[in-house]
Design a protein around this ligand. Structure first.
Ligand code: F3S
Length: 285
């Protein structure tokens, strides 16, 4: 009997997104000129990249006071305005690598605040991008992570505006938007500020979860967009494994699979994904 050759289907969206590439290039450039360079929080949500840059001298700080006398690269997630002001006071040089898509959200939120909207952010409260948006949106800002959070909301103003964290799952954003429309506001504005790169990866993850029985999602365990890819694959019915590198891949997960999909987050280096694909090939082919 002819043996069926298992398939490995790698997503087309592999490697860093534009904003992550830009932040890493900025950090490397600053490091080539100044040894005392820091980032407030990890520059991206991938432990291997953070470690590589730390070997070159990039110091990850958690308290803005530790930026005194150093150069700073502001990561692609952006930074709350009050912290940016402090950074300008303390640092000898700053490169602002806030992703232009995140900066666009900042502009939208500032304008909506001036126009008197009750602002709702669909995203994770503790994510640095959302932290900056909360500060810009002012007191009473709503942060909605999932549809059920909406039950607690009591309309405080006549008009409501909804904006998305750039890396949220688009399906969750649509669910939140639909549920908000059932509340008693008389005017709504909805801004789909989810990044195109993220949407592309989510669409591929959904399709691969349908086509394959097993999907390996490669990326930092602290990466919001990678975690959403894993959720999408699970919802799509695939056995889903979120791993940071090939070392974490357990051969048992893929050994008997007829097809295996591989997707990755926007902050996952392409070579790490290739190593995962190679390891799967060695196990199943
Ligand atoms: Fe920017 Fe999108 Fe990447 S918002 S940092 S290009 S995931």
């Amino acid at each position: 009997m002819k043996k069926t050759i298992p398939k490995i289907i790698k997503a087309k969206h592999i490697g860093f997104c534009f904003g992550v590439k830009r932040a890493i290039a900025a950090a490397e450039d600053l490091l080539s000129k100044h040894k005392r360079t820091c980032s407030l929080g990890p520059i991206i949500h991938n432990p291997f990249v953070v470690e590589r840059l730390s070997k070159k001298g990039l110091k990850v700080i958690s308290d803005i006071k530790d930026a005194r006398g150093k150069c700073m690269v502001i990561r692609s997630h952006g930074i709350p305005p009050a912290l940016k002001k402090k950074a300008q006071e303390y640092c000898t040089e700053i490169f602002d690598a806030t992703c232009p898509f995140v900066s666009r959200s900042h502009k939208i939120v500032s304008k909506l605040r001036k126009e008197g909207y009750h602002i709702a952010i669909a995203g994770e409260r503790r994510h640095p991008e959302v932290q900056a948006l909360i500060e810009m949106a002012g007191s009473g800002t709503l942060v909605i992570t999932k549809k059920s959070d909406i039950k607690k909301i009591r309309p405080r103003k006549i008009k409501l505006a909804l904006i998305a964290q750039t890396t949220i799952s688009r399906d969750i954003f649509v669910e939140i938007a639909e549920a908000l429309l059932r509340l008693d506001y008389s005017e709504y504005r909805i801004f789909d500020t989810i990044c195109n790169d993220v949407v592309g990866r989510q669409k591929e993850a959904k399709a691969l979860a349908r086509r394959t029985g097993v999907v390996c999602v490669v990326g930092g365990k602290n990466s919001a967009n990678t975690k959403h890819l894993a959720e999408i694959c699970r919802k799509g019915g695939a056995s889903t494994y979120h791993i940071e590198s090939a070392d974490e891949l357990n051969p048992r997960w893929v050994k008997k699979a007829l097809s295996v999909g591989v997707v990755s987050g926007a902050s996952t280096p392409g070579d790490i994904v290739e190593k995962v694909v190679e390891k799967i090939k060695n196990i199943i082919l």
